[in-house]
Design a protein around this ligand. Sequence first.
Ligand SMILES: [Zn+2]
Length: 179
Amino acid sequence: MTITISKEVQFDAGHRLMNHEGQCANVHGHRYRAILHCEGQLDHVGRVVDFSNLKQSWGGWIQQHWDHAFVYQTGDQLGQAIADAHRDYTTLRKQKTFELPFPPTAEYMACWLLKVAMLLLRDVPGLVPTTVELYETPTSRAIADRAAVDRVFPFPVTSPQFPESLARLLYTNPNPEVK
Ligand SMILES: [Zn+2]
């Protein structure tokens, strides 16, 4: 019997879309809601996976890397300036930033978060992360499935083409003992 479970994680993050025609080109932020859906079989306890596992591994990655961070696209000079600003202003602490190889739209960010779940949860027997919904506002969301992720990341995790920025995901699980 296959059952679908989901886990929601909320976080605050800033971004901007450098090629946007209007307001979204400005630096601004959102209260994001990310919802991960996973399929699997029931274990001897009667659960697909312990919800705390999803919270600690996938949610932990979000907290560590995206919560209160500024997420920007590679090549965005303004995003890079925020990341580097502490070098010019000695009283300014280094800002929490995250460079994405894609525009930081809800669509691409949802794909990224599903890929993160696929990486961090890959050793959980029979567990299949299937979908990530990412609400950018209470009324606007993107939904990424595995087919979308396969198009955005058209290479296996272990291949040489796998981008270094993604490979780092493998080493940044804040709870490495949680498989
Ligand atoms: Zn926005």
